[in-house]
Design a protein around this ligand. Structure first.
Ligand code: PEP
Ligand code: MN
Length: 263
């Protein structure tokens, strides 16, 4: 992952856009796939407002085993339909090594969640396939050095298409859900050739604060953001408080477009 080994930035390209080459990329969509209607609706409007990638979890890594766990393979099929309709590449989470092949047969980007960021068997498995890129979230208690070591587990297996995502860490602060470590962006960018993104949704925990964190991340030099939005956030089965309404997402996209010339 080191810039000393490979001084040229890693640029990842899809039909909808690229990351790592200077432009900003936005992945957006619901926390979880909950129904065909919900996901297709979100996919259509995130595309309309300029997102270049659709997010949505079919397998959800919930803190409590009694919380909504996701739709599983049916959710993957819905994501594939959303991709076919919008031509947006899809990022979705994979939770275990056994799931990798199946999830990769539907997804363009395999998300490794914060809770699995040091699941080395899973990291090696996503590293061994070449079909999909890998979006690696920082674990909530990981140092940046440990984060890069997790990325190495993927790279060492041969898959060089890795995006790093700062998604907030545990600190003493309880007002926000996690503390967004904005400094992770310039630090990582000085160490690694991999694209560095920000997830403003999970550290905020509350939709009112999401846009400020997204803009802060981009101002700090992030190559992209992955943000949660839901057609009816109040009814969401996971992360209801932090998912943006359609109008809030549209407003965020306008603010990003206004910010871009200054970056
Ligand atoms: C998510 O993206 O919905 C998610 C669970 O993220 P994280 O792993 O960063 O908590
Ligand atoms: Mn979520």
């Amino acid at each position: 992952a080191s810039l000393e080994v490979s001084p040229k930035p890693t640029v990842l390209t899809w039909n909808s856009g690229a990351t790592g080459g200077g432009e900003v990329m936005v992945a957006a969509g619901p926390c979880g796939v909950e129904s065909r209607e919900q996901t297709l609706s979100a996919a259509r409007y995130v595309k309309r407002y300029g997102a270049q990638m659709l997010r949505g979890g079919a397998f959800k890594p919930r803190t409590s085993p009694y919380s909504y766990q996701g739709m599983g393979e049916e959710g993957l099929r819905i994501l594939a339909e959303a991709r076919a309709q919008t031509e947006l590449p899809v990022v979705t989470e994979v939770m275990s090594p056994e799931q990798v092949e199946r999830v990769a047969s539907y997804a363009d980007v395999l998300q490794i969640g914060a809770r699995n960021a040091q699941n080395f068997a899973l990291l090696q498995e996503v590293g061994q396939q070449q079909k999909a890129a890998v979006m690696l979230k920082r674990g909530m208690s990981m140092t940046l050095e440990e984060f890069l070591m997790s990325a190495e587990y993927v790279l060492a297996q041969g898959n060089m298409r890795v995006i790093l995502v700062e998604r907030g860490i545990r600190t003493f602060e309880r007002a926000t859900r996690f503390t967004l470590d904005v400094a992770a962006v310039p630090v990582l960018k000085s160490w690694t050739h991999l694209p560095v993104w920000i997830d403003p949704s999970h550290p905020a925990g509350k939709r009112d604060w999401v846009s400020a964190l997204a803009l802060a991340g981009l101002a700090a030099g992030a190559d992209g953001i992955i943000v949660e939005t839901h057609p009816e956030p109040e009814k969401a089965l996971s992360d209801a408080a932090q998912q943006l309404h359609e109008a809030e997402f549209a407003a965020l996209m306008e603010r990003i477009k206004a910010l871009l010339p200054a970056l």
